[in-house]
Design a protein around this ligand. Structure first.
Ligand SMILES: NC(=O)c1ccc[n+]([C@@H]2O[C@H](COP(=O)([O-])OP(=O)(O)OC[C@H]3O[C@@H](n4cnc5c(N)ncnc54)[C@H](OP(=O)(O)O)[C@@H]3O)[C@@H](O)[C@H]2O)c1
Length: 280
């Protein structure tokens, strides 16, 4: 099977075999994506990594709409027309350059944000499209290191750099957008060939769990989020229908609601966009 075809089938295979794309519960069904609104209880300052497109951009868009101050970071913020356009209309959007695998870029952001309190840090940047052409026997070994750097090490690097900002914020919340693909408890053997992605998200999960414990004395909450399967790679536009896909507005609206309501008791857990706690 050609790699492009296999890539196109990836979400379907993952959905079927991993069981990660079960239909959302009625209260959050895709027929009603218009009102995923998070609780308006609190606004503040949120920093989102990987905000140029996909889930990251949708976080930015929704937080702006809800009146938050948003620090939207991207590798090349000026090349994201969506971000630039949003920032041009909203003075509460601050665009910042950040490549999460580049130590110098992370250090430079830390310096630029010195003294800026951050209520919510959302580690979202990641690579979801690593399935290309991979299967056991034909694994792209040269991609393993990069995926671990990006999906696992990146969030830790960013979090370590900005933890002081979060500690200075009122809400003190750190999130990582993970995936059920990285769950031991939910892994039914799907996503064939997705070893590197799964390993990187499993590594991310265990690090966030440890971080939740380490940061507890500082009053900082840490949790992993599972967005469900969201079509950020343009499958629908290409006429490819996928069972169990979650509308991006619904997914991000749900995750925002989870973040808004996050309690100390939930720190160190893995929570799906619809509020269900997932197995590690
Ligand atoms: N979509 C899903 O179904 C799904 C399911 C489970 C988990 N997730 C997770 O959700 C997160 C967002 O995924 P998505 O679907 O929105 O993916 P996406 O549309 O491919 O967007 C990925 C984002 O990450 C950024 N990025 C990539 N490498 C980066 C780096 N080195 N430094 C900073 N930013 C970087 C990209 O920026 P550029 O524009 O510069 O490339 C882009 O903004 C990922 O962590 C992914 O694993 C997604």
């Amino acid at each position: 099977m050609p790699a492009t075809r296999r890539a196109a089938l990836f979400p379907v295979l993952a959905a079927i075999a991993l069981g990660v794309a079960a239909a959302p519960p009625a209260a959050l069904s895709q027929s009603a994506p218009a009102s995923p609104a998070a609780s308006p209880a609190a606004t503040g300052t949120v920093l989102v990594t990987g905000a140029s497109r996909g889930i990251g951009f949708e976080f930015v868009r929704q937080y702006v709409e809800a009146g938050w101050t948003v620090i939207a970071t991207a590798r090349k913020p000026q090349e994201s027309s969506d971000l630039v356009e949003l920032a041009s209309r909203n003075p509460k959007v601050r665009l910042e350059q950040l490549d999460v695998v580049d130590a110098a870029s992370v250090a430079a952001l830390k310096e630029r944000l010195a003294g800026v309190p951050i209520d919510v840090l959302i580690n979202n940047a990641g690579d979801t499209d690593q399935f290309r052409g991979q299967s056991f026997g034909k694994l792209a070994h040269d991609r393993f290191g990069y995926l671990m750097e990006l999906n696992a090490h990146g969030p830790m690097r960013v979090t370590e750099a900005l933890v002081g900002n979060v500690e200075a914020g009122r809400q003190k919340k750190i999130l990582a957008v993970s995936s059920l693909a990285g769950s031991f408890g939910a892994n039914g053997g799907g996503m064939p060939g997705g070893y590197w992605y799964k390993a990187s998200k499993a590594a991310l999960n265990v690090m966030m769990l440890s971080l939740a414990q380490d940061l507890k004395p500082r009053g900082i909450l840490v949790a992993c989020l599972s967005p469900g399967q969201v079509d950020t790679q343009g499958y629908a536009k290409r006429g490819i229908t996928m069972p169990g896909m979650v509308d991006i507005k619904l997914s991000v609206g749900g995750m925002r609601k989870v973040v808004d309501g996050l309690t100390a008791a939930q720190s160190g857990t893995f929570i799906r966009y619809n509020g269900e706690v997932q197995p590690w």
